[in-house]
Design a protein around this ligand. Sequence first.
Ligand code: ZN
Length: 190
Amino acid sequence: MEQNHFSGYPNATPALHAAVQRKIALRITGAAAWFAFWVISCTLWGRDNQYMSPLNWTILGILIGLLAWKLFKLGVMLRDKPFEGIITSMKVKYVWHSDTPWTRGGMKKEPLVTATIDIGGEVPIKFKFPVKDIYPKDYYAVGDRVRHYRCLPYLEKEHKPEDVVICVACGKYSYIADEKCEFCKKMLLK
Ligand SMILES: [Zn+2]
């Protein structure tokens, strides 16, 4: 039987919602620790260092500390808002990607999907996600009504297929009869 409705996240799946909240809290804590570390270290270092005045050392610490905004993707995370709309186009582009970018050998070209989503009246949203199991034309299609939730990298489809569902956390297929994703063990939205 097809499931022609959205899941009711976050209320219907509090465990997944809690995991997302933990991820957000961890990022903020990490960024705050990074910021404090650099401001305190530079300030202490600058107390008896001849190269710059103590104030300049503190300012340097603040500037390095502010890199946390980018490093921990706070800006991206805080701008990320839930939305619902209809896919009006999908483009697949091959981009260089590696799970371990510090080892050059691991770089390979992988497909990245840009879905344009009409959220009604306003400027359409361009939503990007890497392809895992999905072949975009197999699972998502132009005309599908989809929902995005904060910090979940894949879209939930309103009309789900009979057999499988995409995990919104990791992008892999699971059987729709399952409660949890086979790969990342997070709750499936269905
Ligand atoms: Zn998963």
